[in-house]
Design a protein around this ligand. Sequence first.
Ligand SMILES: [Fe+2]
Length: 373
Amino acid sequence: MKSALYVITGTFSVPAAALFVYNPQQRSLELLVDKGYKKSALQEIKLSVLPRHMDHFSANEPHPVHEMTKSSFYERNESSFSKLNAKLFIPLFAKDEFVGAISLGKKLGGATFRQSEKDVLRVVAHQMAITLYNSMLFLELTKKAAENKKLYESMRRIYHDTIQAFSAAIDAKDGYTKNHSYRVACYAVAIARELGWKKKEIEGIYIAGLLHDIGKIIIDTRVIKKGEGLTTPEINEIRRHPRISYDILSKINFPWRNIEQFVLHHHERMDGKGYPDALRSTELSDGIKILALVDAFDAMTTDRPYRDKLGLDEAFREVIKCGGTQFDEQITKTFLNLLHKEMNGDVKELQILPHLQQIDVNLFRDKEPGQKT
Ligand SMILES: [Fe+2]
């Protein structure tokens, strides 16, 4: 706009000119750029434009100011016109919308504007109006996009908070499994990151971790808390929970893929001896293999009513021993390597260790995972 105004002043020998942009909320023309005026001359200059005034404007047509002096628009803005020493006023319109105006001062030598000059000015003004209109449209769209982003972020937060609340409700059913779902989610994320998963997939496995046991909400609390010495009907009752989790979650249209599949099969084993479908390793996705491992790992490393937690050393050996039968070997290796790196301080951010309580890390420093202390 500045360049365009400079070209106009140079081409038509007008030392002073100003370009205004229309603010529909304020119903005023606000100064965007000017040339040839003293810095203080146009301070806070604004021209008031009411809708009825626009009816008298011809789109992008140069209006000699001396012909406008009887109009209410001129009378309303007389002092501004005099500050501008305006000789030509060009209202800018694009797509029938009033977007701004150009004011041109006196020509050098005091000559009047010829018709041919006004014709050129009309064409230039039209181009400037379109540019102004487009940039205003762009600003408006940018603002809307920012608002939408904010709205999306707030919805996403609500979504996450709701899922967290469900997760806490699941774990609250059994005091011993407090925060189990949260830890499973965190461990799963750590492995997924290590495997180079995409951001959205990582978010998906986090949500699956939080909700993997949601089906336990329906299972009898006494059976869940019993832990050991379960009768066959009680084992069968507990084993219903992945299917119930699946039934609950498959009704939700998640923005992440495969959540319900991960949850349905988190008790499957690589050797096909898991439940509910006794699937084999080749039929299981990495997401399922991750959840299966970290779910069992958290059970090993936390106290249960029927046994104390395993030491990390023991848990390591147990996980390695079950690699290939209960757990996927590659995923197991990834997990243990990551844990080993955390213990040796070879990572920027600890993702697993903070969740493991009362562990003497020094015992394991510089040892291979599973190596006896
Ligand atoms: Fe489970």
